[in-house]
Ligand binder design. Structure first.
Ligand SMILES: [Zn+2]
Length: 249
């Protein structure tokens, strides 16, 4: 294989890997934001559960105050009942007493409902609290993983840049210029494999004479359609391709 073509394939592999690493790094703020949002949602759920509990307890105290009002009226009527003079007065007071007792009974039923509700809401607060603790742990673990991945990515970007400098140093300046020019126009991908007469990136069929030249891998040939520099992977060499589908060097 032509030495420059071999270096171009290598260069493309390095650039594509560096590009993928940089794209992943660029997603970091968004991934941190997603973790912040998860924590915020758990905190919000806990705050909302606490607020519902507080409201329920407040409502219960209001009903208890009403009960106290009715109880003091009831006591007052009972005292009055001691000193009534007539049957009519007695019945009237008894009616008031009955009314107050009914009110108190109804209010006490409502207090009981609020107590049951309070128990549920207390359990809900506990659940939300435990959920927040779980989320805090999970988010911390995710942040540590993210930081480790970030360090790996930065290291590989540096390693790829150093390796790139070595490859570029061996390339002829015109070929490098062509690579850079095509890469700039084609989202960083300047080299394409030609397979079965087709450019595997733009999928346009090559002229037979172009493909025949590419088959030999002995010169720099560009795709007529996308301008990418073409290479061919012979079947015997293609066999030990790695798991990512990269041809063996
Ligand atoms: Zn093409």
């Amino acid at each position: 294989m032509d030495a420059d073509l071999d270096r171009l394939i290598h260069l493309q592999r390095l650039d594509s890997a560096a590009d993928a690493a940089r794209r992943r790094l660029a997603e970091e703020p968004e991934r941190h934001k997603a973790l912040d949002d998860r924590l915020e949602a758990a905190r919000h759920a806990l705050a909302a559960a606490k607020e519902r509990l507080t409201e329920s307890q407040h409502a219960r105290r209001e009903i208890e105050k009403e009960v106290a009002v009715h109880q003091s009226r009831l006591s007052k009527y009972r005292e009055q009942a001691m000193s009534v003079k007539t049957n009519v007065e007695y019945h009237a007071i008894q009616k008031e007493i009955g009314f107050e007792q009914g009110e108190i009974k109804a209010l006490e039923d409502r207090i009981l409902e609020r107590m049951l509700e309070g128990d549920e809401m207390t359990a809900e607060v506990k659940r939300a609290d435990a959920e927040l603790a779980r989320e805090q742990k999970a988010v911390e673990a995710d942040r540590r993983a993210l930081a480790a991945e970030s360090a790996d990515l930065h290291a590989s970007v540096e390693r790829l840049a150093a390796e790139r400098a070595g490859v570029v140093g061996g390339l002829s300046p015109q070929v490098l210029a062509l690579f850079e020019q095509v890469a700039a126009k084609r989202h960083g991908v300047a080299v394409a494999e030609a397979r079965a007469g087709i450019c595997t990136i733009c999928h346009v069929r090559l002229r037979p004479q172009v493909f025949n030249t590419v088959l030999r891998n002995e010169s720099i040939v560009q795709c007529d359609s996308c301008q990418r520099i073409l290479y061919f992977v012979p079947a015997a060499v293609a066999a030990p391709a790695d798991s990512l589908g990269h041809p063996a060097p």
